[in-house]
Design a protein around this ligand. Structure first.
Ligand code: BTN
Length: 250
């Protein structure tokens, strides 16, 4: 890496190729980028910071990253009325997976509903939170953390792009790619629903065929269905999981 690895507007805005992120709120430090956006803003407006003091993960967990190592980004979406929030977090998970895939040139998978997995480690996560008439989608990508800088108490073993291939990356081009990827996949979803992304999701389905644990019961992951639910088989019975977390055998 030659240039200072910064996500300030002067560095990121020239790299944007679409409309997402054209309104770009940046702070060096904030509690959570999720708190910097609200439904009064426009679709595609983005908030980014270098370090969060109260980063939010799914299921009430925290999301902690050392300053200057990760992408911490929230984007305001205003989906058509009646569309499922749960589907949106799959859309954002897929967009993040595709960005990581392009950066690494390695196979990247999506652990339902939206953990981005490389070599069985989670390198990115997504949270989607309703806000007035909109949805604030937050994406965290572990870019340059070393193994020691990653949390050691996570439910799913964490990794970063750096721990995957030993390359330190500038975050700004990755962030620009992520915003473009999200805009593209979200556009497909708005037009065609989850069906438009079904093959891309299926091709990256981490839990398919794996031994999984749901509420302490062991089973097998069958796959993501056309409504975005996870199908699992436990004791010969198929079950559809709408939300929550499914663990897997390492
Ligand atoms: C998860 O996997 O639990 C979701 C993690 C989401 C983290 C991102 S970082 C940017 C945005 N701001 C937050 O406080 N959380 C999301």
């Amino acid at each position: 890496m030659n240039a200072p690895d910064m996500l300030v507007p002067e560095v990121v805005e020239p790299l944007l190729t679409g409309t997402f992120g054209r309104t770009y709120f940046y702070q060096d430090a904030c509690e959570s980028t999720q708190k910097l956006l609200d439904a009064g803003l426009n679709e595609g407006d983005a908030a980014v910071c270098d370090v969060q003091t109260a980063g939010r993960g799914r299921l009430g967990r925290s999301w902690e990253t050392p300053p200057g190592t990760a992408i911490l980004c929230s984007v305001l979406l205003k989906p058509p009325a009646g569309r499922a929030l749960a589907e949106l977090s799959l859309v954002a998970g897929l967009a993040a997976a595709e960005t990581v895939e392009r950066a690494l040139g390695l196979a990247v998978q999506l652990k339902w509903p939206n953990d981005v997995m490389v070599n069985r480690r989670k390198v990115a996560g997504v949270i989607a939170e309703a806000s007035g008439g909109g949805v604030v989608v937050g994406i965290g990508v572990n870019v340059n953390q070393t193994r020691e800088e990653l949390p050691d108490d996570a439910k799913v073993a964490p990794g970063s792009l750096y721990t995957a291939d030993g390359v330190r990356r500038e975050r700004a081009p990755l962030l620009a790619d992520l915003l473009s990827s999200l805009e593209h996949d979200y556009g497909l979803w708005v037009e065609g629903g989850l069906d438009a992304l079904y093959d891309s999701l299926g091709a990256r389905d981490f839990l398919r065929g794996r031994r999984v644990f749901l509420d302490g019961q062991a089973g097998t992951g069958i796959g993501i269905d056309r409504s975005g639910r996870l199908e699992v088989e436990i004791d010969g019975q198929r079950q559809l999981v709408e939300s929550g977390e499914v663990l897997f055998e390492r």
